[in-house]
Every structure is written in structure tokens, then in C-alpha cells.
Design a protein around this ligand. Sequence first.
Ligand SMILES: Cc1cc2nc3c(=O)[nH]c(=O)nc-3n(C[C@H](O)[C@H](O)[C@H](O)COP(=O)(O)OP(=O)(O)OC[C@H]3O[C@@H](n4cnc5c(N)ncnc54)[C@H](O)[C@@H]3O)c2cc1C
Length: 443
Amino acid sequence: MADSVLDAEDQDLLRASADFGHIVGSRPLGVLTARSVGAVQGLVAFAGPRGIAVTARGGGQAVYGQGQADGGYVVDMTGLDEVRCVPEDRLLVAGAGALWSDVVRASLAAGLAPPVVPDHLGASVGGVLSTGGFGGSSHRFGLVADWVRELEVVTGTGERLVCSQQEHPDLFRAVPAGLGQCALVVRATLQLLPAPARVRRYRLHHRTPGTFFTDQRRLARDARFSHVAGQARPAPGGDWHYIIEAVAPHNGQLPPEDGLFIGDLDHDPDTEEIEDLSYAEYLHRLDRDERLLRASGEWQRPHPWLTLLLPEEAATSFVPSVLSEDAQQALRVCGSVQLRPLTGSTLHTPLLRRPAGERLCLLSLMRTAPPDRPDVVRQLVAANRALHTRARAVGGVLYPGGALPMTPADWRTHFGPDWDELVRAKALYDTHRILTRGYGLWP
Ligand SMILES: Cc1cc2nc3c(=O)[nH]c(=O)nc-3n(C[C@H](O)[C@H](O)[C@H](O)COP(=O)(O)OP(=O)(O)OC[C@H]3O[C@@H](n4cnc5c(N)ncnc54)[C@H](O)[C@@H]3O)c2cc1C
């Protein structure tokens, strides 16, 4: 471990005791700033037989302590951030602590890009893979995790293994979207595709949820756009209006013919916004929002977020009804509501839970709570719990990682038929159950 540092300094412990959610905080015993895979292995091998918790930390974007280790060790992965593009194979090899901004920079330099890139580029490769990862192109290309070709991991028993569909396939099934339960990822090999030089971005305002969902469904199906996302925004009089954000790639010389792309849609043509950007500018589209939120202090406030996957036919009534509830009115003042289409047949990651059917809607309630009001935060977390129950009643499922207390019994229900396989993998690869306890999967 000579190249890595095991810290018990107050500032490191404090940093590892918090996350983007600013809701729960658990103090670790120490923080390992990993500079080599051997160091991660050494720590896990030490902690396992002693039953001491170990959790990886990448970008720190978890919202409910999923990246914390109460009384255990946090492994800061950000030192394992080497990124190498292999253009001839259209692959990128990234250390698990590399951020998505590193991945984008290295792949675009070779004229390539991952098929799915998360909206915000501040999370780590390992952190996003641990939940699955979605982005603007998920309606066509599924999850970030669907494009992982190989993983190098340190299991909970301290073994360093490489897994893929050919090598240790059981481990390769258990790690992507596996909530860090069986292994810590140290390196990932991701598939890349040719990147467009430029994109034309359309923002299309819809006055009713009906026209929004009909248009979003059409765009998800006919693949005319490379990226399709959406939002609900507060409108005067207590209403909400809905915006589709759709992106068409082009090579710079021949911009898209707007009429062909949006002429048949049911948005309000007087308010449409059309903008040309380089693909890099588009992928970095949230950088400015982050700077503004940091400057206003909102970035540091509690974030009781919740993300659900809904069958699309249920979303059309579920979403407007949720947004009209008293419990969600704070979203009108501070936060954002994201709505994006997903396509069942593009989702292949075994441990991702999803509703049955082909047309799905991912609903993210990205709330910001006032500072110093733990009572409000508690109410919002309780509202998340109630919403999760209601979503399940219409065939929806949780996208893990939100501010939602879950018991082991809840997780068992969540994973359904795949629970037994996860239990078997856990017993084999994390025998002492030391990894990533923040999710609360086990008693
Ligand atoms: C502003 C913002 C925008 C977001 N947008 C998107 C989006 O568009 N798409 C999307 O999919 N998600 C999005 N997220 C969610 C975010 O990507 C996930 O919460 C992700 O898990 C955070 O990764 P991190 O590196 O920040 O992880 P951390 O907070 O450091 O950890 C998150 C979880 O991942 C585990 N983990 C981290 N590294 C590893 C590793 N190497 N091996 C095993 N487990 C590991 C941690 O233990 C923890 O359980 C967004 C979050 C924020 C705050």
C-alpha cells in the first residue's frame, strides 16, 4: 500500500461522511486514497475477515449514503483515473475513478464516444456502472452498463479478477447495476461508436402531458433523433408544461432540415428553440447549470431525489397526478423533473430491474430542500417512500440510488426473480458481506 494513503485526518473523514444528497452522514474509520489496484486489494483482504465495511467512492454523487461506510473504510477511487482510448478497436479503457468528463475528452479526441453518456459528467465510471447509468440516447442504446465489454474488479474476498461474458460470466452478471455488492470495479472497458461533429438541439414546448407523451413515444420509436429527453416545468396557475429536448447529429456541412425532424410534432411552434452545438458542447451542457447551482449554494443543499421506471402507458396519468400533489409542490420552486423514454428491448444489463413491456418512462424528481430544515427533508423522503409504493402499484420499479430507505425485504422484492442469483454471488464474492453496506441490502 506504499503508493496509496490510508487517512484518518478529520477533513478526509468529513468528506467521506457526506455526499451530494446531504441527508445522511456516517463517519468512516479511515479513507484509502487508492493509487494502485494492489492497495484496494490489500485493504479489502484486511477488512474482510474482520467484518469491517468497505465502500468505494468516486464522484460522491450518491444522495442517501450509498457511498459511505459507517465505522469502516471508504476507498477513494479518484486516483485510479487513467483513461486510454483504443481507436482501432473502438474501445476505451478507464480506471474506475475516472470521471465521465475524462471519458468524453479521451474518446472525442479520437472522433469516438460512448453510445450512452450520463447527462452530468461529474460522476465516476465505477459509480455510474454500479447503478447502470442512463443518458440522452438511452431510448436507442439502453444503459451505460449495456456497453461494458470487460471489467477488472476486486471482490469482497480480496481477489483481483477480470470478468466479461467469456471470463467469470457470473461475476460479470453481478457487477453492472449490482450496487457494489459483489466487487469494487477498478477498471472498465467500454465500447465506443463514431461521434458526430455537431448536433442540432430542439427544445419543443408542449402545453399538455397528452401531446408530450404522444410525441415522446413517437420519437423513441422512430429513431429520427440520437438523443431524446424531456422535462416538466412549472407553468402559471399551478400547472406544468412539458418540454421535449431532442438532438439530431450532423456533420457540420449539411444541417438537418427542420421540417423533416419536427414538422409532424404537436408542440407549440411559436416557442420552439433550435440551436447548433458541437457534440462536446452538447455533452457538457450541464456544466453551466452546475456552476450556477454552486454559486447560489443550491449544490450544497439536501437533495432528496427519486428516480422511477414506469410503464409508459401508466406514466401518462401517473406523472401529471404526482405533479399536482401537495407533497410535490416544492419542485415548482427548487428542483427539476426529468422524463425520458426508454426502450425495453435495448436494456440488457441483468440486474437492472425494469417494468415489463417495450415503452418505458424514466421519471426523476430532482428536488433541492432548504438548508437547516431536517423536518422538510424527512417529509420529502417520506413522500419518496409513498411514491415508490404507488409506482409499484402501476407496474413501476425503483431506479436505485435515490433518497429512499429500503429494508432487506424491500430489496428482495425489488430484485424479484434475480434475488437468489444475487444472494449466491454475494456469498461467493463477498463472503463477509463487507461491501457497500449503505444500500442496506442485508440484515
Ligand atoms: C447532478 C447529477 C446528475 C446526474 N445525472 C445522471 C444521469 O444523467 N444518468 C445517470 O445514470 N445518473 C445520473 N446521476 C446519478 C449518478 O450518476 C449516480 O448517483 C452515480 O452512482 C454516482 O456516481 P459517483 O462516482 O458520483 O459515485 P459515488 O457517490 O462516489 O458512489 C455512488 C455509488 O457507487 C458506488 N461506487 C462508486 N465507485 C465504485 C466502484 N469503483 N466500484 C463499485 N461501486 C462503486 C459507491 O459505493 C456508491 O454506492 C446524476 C447525479 C447528479 C448528482
